[in-house]
Design a protein around this ligand. Sequence first.
Ligand SMILES: C[S@@+](CC[C@H](N)C(=O)[O-])C[C@H]1O[C@@H](n2cnc3c(N)ncnc32)[C@H](O)[C@@H]1O
Length: 395
Amino acid sequence: MQAFADDSNAQLRALIARRVAASPGGRLNFAEFMELALYHPELGYYATHPGRIGGRGDYITAAHLGSDFGELLAVQAAQLWQHLGKPERFDFVEMGAGQGLFAADFLRHAHANLPDFATALNYRIVERSVVQIAEQRRVLAGLAVHWCDLEQIAPDSVAGCFFANELVDALPVHQFVVHRGELLEIYVALEGERDFVEVAAAPSTPRLRAFLDRCGISTASLGGGYRSEVNLAALDWIEAVARRLARGYVITVDYGYTACQYYAPQRQGGTLACYHRHRVHDNPYLHIGNQDITAHVNFTALETHGTACGLQTLGFTRQSFFLLALGLGERLAALGASGAIANYAQLNEALRRREALRTLIEPSSMGDFGVLIQGKNTGLDLPLAGLSLPAQTLS
Ligand SMILES: C[S@@+](CC[C@H](N)C(=O)[O-])C[C@H]1O[C@@H](n2cnc3c(N)ncnc32)[C@H](O)[C@@H]1O
């Protein structure tokens, strides 16, 4: 679908074409293509501009809807700190921090309203993009934040919480297609010198078949032409996080499904989506370097692989229930309270905020995002505030 002119970064397109031509068999698997398109260190989508996310970018995330998301997460994190026995140091490691807005909201709320927790807080950001880090340093100037690579965090050293909002959907995915009951992988090849075409061939790694087997998916039952994604990087990510966690929690927020929903026979085109100037479409070969490419998260895979790596699943819910349980409903009600609105400026501001809060919990929007909370060496029976409303199971 091409609704408007392609604005690919010509240098990146040429670089990827050269990589395709030079690779064995003259093709890259889709995950390798997506890795270059999003994360090539000089030319990739996330490497070239700090304003990719937001009203003037290609898409928004929860932190662009106001400070409520970060503030309510601070409330949840303060309870996790209490559950760990109020240690003197509570590590909060945000992974993939975008423009740093979430961290600013979280930290300001903690310092203003949760002073004992704020004193214990050791806020770290793990961010892959150098350009995003520069933007985060600007936005977070004056706030106590440290930046590091995941590799710099020693095994079993984190006591606190890993947090990721819309990170896992941005990790490069493999794509597969079922042909006559057989599992084939999608590769990107060249037609001529610079036009990309897809070819289907034997998988580049046995991990694809093993992943689908673990999800209980038989490719024979999916039907010819069925196409979807496998996020092996998500498994590597949860494993790396679990290894570094000594005691505490992992909170993953993202759009996604359980494995059964993900590979439902009727979802035969998969979940890959591209975002370009707030329009969504399904062609990753347009706007290369100037559009986001994402795939929904398979939460069952995160849970089962997390369990294999020593994490326990403490609960799974939807963002709507999670934020309502943490007090978003009270915030909505306060907007209409008598005395809160005395003039048109205040009325307009209240309406703007009401719309933002609604988007955070709207079932057809961010309210349907999944929230997975996993733990390691924590009390399994300690109630978590964000999970106190009816939760959804992952089975
Ligand atoms: C979709 S954005 C979400 C940003 C932010 N969490 C938010 O909600 O606005 C994904 C972010 O993750 C970063 N990222 C992608 N892969 C990463 C990785 N392996 N480690 C750390 N950061 C990563 C990207 O550079 C980007 O800042």
